[in-house]
Design a protein around this ligand. Structure first.
Ligand code: ATP
Ligand code: MG
Length: 700
């Protein structure tokens, strides 16, 4: 038996639902996952439904495991382990393996997929085919077309012409089928076609999975919904839980409409609303409610609060992104002085990865540990940034062939691919190009002029050098031509260039700036490799979903960033409204991560131009806090008494220390700045550079 007395009335109603379709609509932190797990236990333990007839689906491996563990922990009955818990991919692939010859060795791994697409792009002479960004974009686009079950002819690529896109798509499909491999998207569409075309297979699957439960249903896309419809018919014992206000994966083909269509398709579906939030304090729920009510394409639901009042919600407007990052850093250091506060209680949430650039710089300066949740790729890895850095590297080392090859035709300088390929292994690429190739005198002059320009760069500060590359060496024109040839908007690429230029502002020499970039990359790789687990979380709004933090800072809340420019720079009114609503949901997801304190920040300027605060700030009716303007970097560092390098070096294994939170401990391992310390309640790895502040920890 399972006792459900500790659930609220609507939660109980949902858990007790047995046959027929049911949709649970719920706000953030309202116990959606809790309800799913209790319902599984109820079906198995109280209703005696065979566990092997139950299928529980979630979106990621991690959340699927979490669901399994939570269900099993409700009651130690072994029957709960017999339920099928899986992701769409794992469940569909299992079906496919059963009815076809595909096996575990048929999977076309993501790494091979990237290599394959890259090779295809190169074979078609697509520009920047070598760059991860381009390859990633093409992979996403192919994936979107498949998940939408659409014809590739109807799709408009953002970076390829329709002819190029079709060619890449076909070559990729041919390559896989020759190897008899399938990728993750194929697992979904092949299952869809199998069940649609093979009646016997469909009947068998229906006979096994008689009760289907889906968490985070707002994230389903077309192909997933179609398969769910096929296998749940005709009994329609399908139970879905979701929050259409948190549907943020439009680019992968998920839409809130599928949740809204559920009722229409599954006639007579029971609808239950969970509207009590167990996560956030009242003020946070209020602003999130204000905001989301501006969306039209949703079910009306007012979220109530169980945590009471007392949250701090503020809106601030620093001068620019640098000052904003300093403010966040300073505020976190202040809060850390209190007892029982950890770095992991804080999250900085932003719309695009680019925005983490200033944060990383400032947090490294202030020695605050951080963990970047999203991709390991920094802005410096973007191909346009790499072009700019190649120019800078040549300024310092005119014999850097690799960099010359990269930029010689950016903008186009009429040097043929053949000549470049012939000369790139020579000792001095430029010298060889001029002396060994039969160049036209005009070409020689162009190269000579470029050499003079590049040698001039090293007399400039990095910021002026980048600005010179962009304007006088015509790199910006190259970017604009690049975009107009592909009929794509240039704003994204121009933003990368602006951010790179702005990242160089505080450096006196090009060498200093290049060294700094190497350090940033090393730091990010380091914390990605989990050396640093105790840090402030930096995350995009997308990756923040499902998480919760005591304190949240939403940065860069400006028009153009959130809502993102590409969501409203569209002619089609209907599509524009859809996109703006998705942006509003993203902001909603970000706000609803906070438990006790929330800062929303809109810098007054961006890249030297006036910036406008996000329309979502007025929607949310956030009140403005008098902004504490005096932010002195030096004072802050002095204020927290960071240990000097000599002091850190003097620490040896066996030393006793006292930590504000973990109390007394002994150093048992030391690897550079990283210390392993044995405390009474276990071993912790802490970063000396950051945690050995005299206020937090001292040597005994
Ligand atoms: P998200 O929108 O982030 O996915 P969710 O709706 O899935 O959230 P859960 O993770 O199930 O929410 O629950 C959020 C928190 O609230 C959990 O810590 C859970 O234990 C708690 N909670 C849910 N229902 C209750 C309840 N009736 N009484 C006490 N705590 C509850
Ligand atoms: Mg959940």
């Amino acid at each position: 038996m399972i006792n459900i007395d500790n659930l609220n009335d609507n939660q109980q109603k949902a858990v007790k639902h047995i046959d027929g379709p049911c949709m649970v609509l719920a706000g953030p932190g309202s116990g959606k996952t809790r309800v799913i797990t209790y319902r599984i236990a109820n079906l198995v333990l109280n209703e005696n439904i065979k566990p092997t007839n139950i299928l529980a689906i979630s979106f990621t491996k991690a959340s699927s495991l979490e669901m399994r563990n939570r269900a099993i922990s409700l009651n130690n009955d072994f029957r709960l382990t017999k339920v099928t818990y899986g992701t769409f991919h794992s469940v569909f692939f299992r079906i496919l393996r059963h009815f076809t010859n595909y096996g575990l060795d048929s999977i076309f791994e993501e790494k091979l997929k990237r290599m394959c697409i890259k090779t295809i792009l190169k074979s078609l002479n697509i520009e920047n085919a070598d760059d991860d960004e381009t390859v990633g974009q093409v992979i996403n686009e192919i994936s979107y077309v498949k998940n939408e079950l659409m014809d590739r002819i109807d799709f408009t690529s953002e970076i390829l012409t329709s002819d190029e896109f079709s060619k890449v798509y076909n070559l990729y499909e041919e390559h896989k089928s020759q190897l008899n491999k399938i990728d993750f998207d194929d697992m979904l569409i092949k299952t869809y076609h199998l069940l649609k075309e093979n009646k016997r297979a469909l009947e068998m699957v229906r006979g096994v999975y008689k009760y289907i439960l889906v968490d985070e249903f707002q994230d389903v896309n077309k192909v997933q919904f179609e398969v769910l419809k096929l296998i749940s018919n005709p009994m329609n014992n399908i139970f879905v839980v979701g929050d259409e206000d948190q549907s943020i994966y439009g680019f992968r083909g998920s839409r809130p409409d599928f949740l809204l269509q559920f009722e229409e398709y599954f006639n007579g579906a029971e609808k239950i609303v969970l509207d009590i939030n167990y996560r956030s304090k009242n003020e946070i729920i209020e602003v999130s409610n204000n905001l989301i009510q501006k969306n039209n394409n949703r079910y009306e639901k007012i979220i109530k609060c169980s945590q009471g009042k007392g949250a701090k919600v503020s809106y601030i407007s620093p001068d620019d992104a640098e000052e904003e990052a300093l403010f966040v850093g300073k505020d976190i250091l202040e809060e850390m002085k209190k007892d029982y506060v950890e770095y992991t209680d804080f999250a900085v949430i932003y719309r695009t990865n680019i925005q983490s650039r200033a944060l990383v710089d400032v947090f490294m300066d202030l020695r605050i540990p951080f963990v970047v949740k999203d991709s390991i790729i920094t802005i410096y890895d973007h191909w346009a940034a790499q072009d700019i850095l190649a120019y800078l590297r040549i300024a310092l080392d005119p014999k850097s062939n690799k960099d010359w090859v990269r930029i010689i035709n950016k903008p186009f300088r009429y040097i043929s691919k053949d000549n470049i390929n012939l000369m790139k292994e020579e000792k001095d690429f430029i010298d060889a190009l001029i002396n060994k190739c039969d160049l036209h005198p005009k070409q020689v002059k162009t190269i000579n002029d470029l050499e003079i320009d590049i040698s001039y760069l090293k007399t400039l500060t990095p910021k002026n050098a980048i600005s010179y590359i962009r304007s006088s060496l015509d790199y910006d024109r190259y970017i604009l031509d690049y975009c107009s040839n592909r009929k794509m908007k240039a704003t994204g690429l121009v933003e990368i260039l602006n951010e790179i230029e702005s990242s160089s502002t505080n450096f006196k020499t090009i060498q200093e700036y290049l060294d700094h970039i190497e350090r940033v990359k090393a730091e990010i790789i380091d914390n990605r490799n989990n050396k640093q687990s105790d840090g402030v979380i930096f995350t995009t709004m997308h990756s923040a979903k499902g998480l919760e933090f005591k304190n949240v800072y939403i940065i860069g809340a400006n028009e153009g960033t959130i809502p993102h420019e590409k969501s409203y720079d569209i002619d089609d009114e209907e599509r524009k409204n859809e996109q703006i609503e998705e942006e509003r949901r993203l902001m909603y997801v970000a706000i609803t991560r906070a438990e006790e304190s929330l800062y929303i920040s809109s810098p007054l300027n961006k890249y030297g131009k006036k910036a406008t605060k996000s329309r979502f700030i007025d929607d949310a009716k956030t009140s403005k806090e008098e902004y504490r303007k005096k932010i002195e970097k030096e004072n802050m560092i002095n204020g927290i008494n960071v240990l000097t390098k000599d002091e850190i070096d003097s620490i040896t294994i066996g030393d006793k220390i006292y930590h504000k939170r973990f109390k007394e401990g002994t150093i048992i391992q030391k690897d550079g700045d990283s210390l392993k310390i044995r405390f009474e309640d276990g071993d912790k790895t802490l970063n000396a550079r950051v945690c050995l502040t005299k206020k937090i920890m001292c040597k005994l």
